[in-house]
Design a protein around this ligand. Sequence first.
Ligand SMILES: *Cc1c(COP(=O)(O)O)cnc(C)c1O
Length: 224
Amino acid sequence: MSETLADRWQRVQDQVASACEDAGRSPDDVTTIVVTKFHPASLVRELHALGVRHVGENRHQDAAPKHQELTDLDLTWHFVGQLQSNKARAVAAYCEVIHSVDRPSLVEALAKYEGSVEVFLEVNLTSVPGRGGVEPGDLEALAEQTREAGNLRLRGLMAVAPQDEDAGRAFDRVLTYRENLLRVAPEATDLSLGMSGDFREAIARGATHLRIGTAITGKRPLPT
Ligand SMILES: *Cc1c(COP(=O)(O)O)cnc(C)c1O
């Protein structure tokens, strides 16, 4: 019998629970965001029926119509992809949390949004500048700018482990960056870390938000 969406969701929940137990943490302190990018709204509806309440998307042009189709569901939408400044306000209108804030121009654009938004600052863990994420040395200035905006609630740091490095080692660096961040933004304690392949390592390092796609949804359709 082939594995269903319900089977995969259950298995990931079990794995998250066991990783939390190993780390001496409560599963209640870890939010699993199911990344549904490229999948149709119907899959998000199925996930909701299984109990999923947090979904993640990475492209405004795909996410906006899906959100439109699903306004009857109590879902929290998270934006996890690179975000162009000219789309920032539109995204803030339906995503409660933006995980990929990585530059001053994006903070400026979000500051013009008339409501409040929760944000993570994405830090670049690769050695290549511009690979999505603020350079670690620029983090504190970006955090100060974010706090001064007034309508942005700074939750913490987000990062993606580089493909050519052990995820645990990469996540260890995030903990160092967080110490620096907390000096200017003591409230920014959350960590958005961990995807299908490395969420156990992320939980061991204190991740509060996991962004898990394929381990739950199965293979992604190709982007259109
Ligand atoms: C696609 C994506 C994920 C989920 O990746 P999987 O490997 O499918 O779990 C998580 N975070 C970001 C930023 C993504 O773009």
